[in-house]
Write a protein that binds this ligand. Structure first.
Ligand code: E4P
Length: 217
């Protein structure tokens, strides 16, 4: 399973990238706004910076909702760097646009996916990635990880090539469960990635080793 970081924060991207296990980055309009990035030039520059920092796919989301607008915006985003993946919402115009991008060699990430039916449509349109939002599904009392399992099963049976990108990750356990359920990629906040490191027995064991090491150092 590939690891993406789900943020537009440059210092968090650097920290995850320095671990040596980062395969890409996802952003969305809310994450960009959180970093205070304003205006078209600043947005483009920010994506350029991320692409220079991380060697992997970088999702940049369109904000248009009509076919022509999504295509125009997506073409501009794709022109920033070869690693840009155009992130398109799961709407009718979005599906048409994903098919167009697929036919024109532009990678896509179909976002805001909450059902297996939506994931089938994204795959039919040739999306590079499909992003089911695990945490938001859990928040509404459904089982997000179960959706990953269902999509993985359908894609396996049908031979769809679209990669399952588990998004809206809330904690380290989500990452483990998504890996188990067959996600190809997990896009995570830095805290959830670092959460994978934690185990009290590791801390206790290391403290004891370091204490004993003093006896022969
Ligand atoms: C990433 O592609 C999604 O936009 C993101 O994971 C959504 O996460 P949230 O539900 O925490 O906003």
């Amino acid at each position: 399973m590939k690891f993406f970081i789900d943020t537009a924060n440059l210092s968090q991207i650097k920290e995850a990238n320095d671990l040596g296990i980062l395969d890409g980055v996802t952003t969305n309009p809310s994450l960009m706004a959180k970093e205070g990035i304003k205006g078209n030039d600043a947005v483009i520059q920010h994506y350029k910076t991320i692409c220079e920092m991380v060697n992997g796919d970088i999702s940049a989301e369109v904000i248009s909702t009509d076919f022509a607008g999504i295509i125009e915006e997506g073409k501009k985003l794709a022109a920033i760097h070869k690693n840009i993946v155009v992130k398109v919402p799961m709407i009718k115009e979005g599906i048409k646009a994903i098919k167009w991008f697929t036919d024109n060699g532009i990678k896509t990430n179909c976002t805001l996916v909450f059902s297996a039916g939506q994931a089938i449509l994204a795959a039919k349109a040739g999306a590079t990635y499909v992003s089911p939002f695990i945490g938001r599904i859990d928040d509404s009392s459904w089982d997000g990880v179960q959706l990953i399992e269902q999509i993985a099963n359908i894609y396996g049976v049908q031979g769809f090539k679209t990669e399952i990108l588990a998004a809206s990750i809330r904690n380290a356990l989500h990452i483990v469960k998504c890996a188990e359920a067959g996600a190809d990629v997990c896009t995570c906040p830095l805290d959830s990635i670092l959460g994978l490191l934690k185990h009290p027995l590791t801390d206790i064991g290391l403290a004891k080793f370091l204490e004993d090491a003093k006896k022969f150092a």
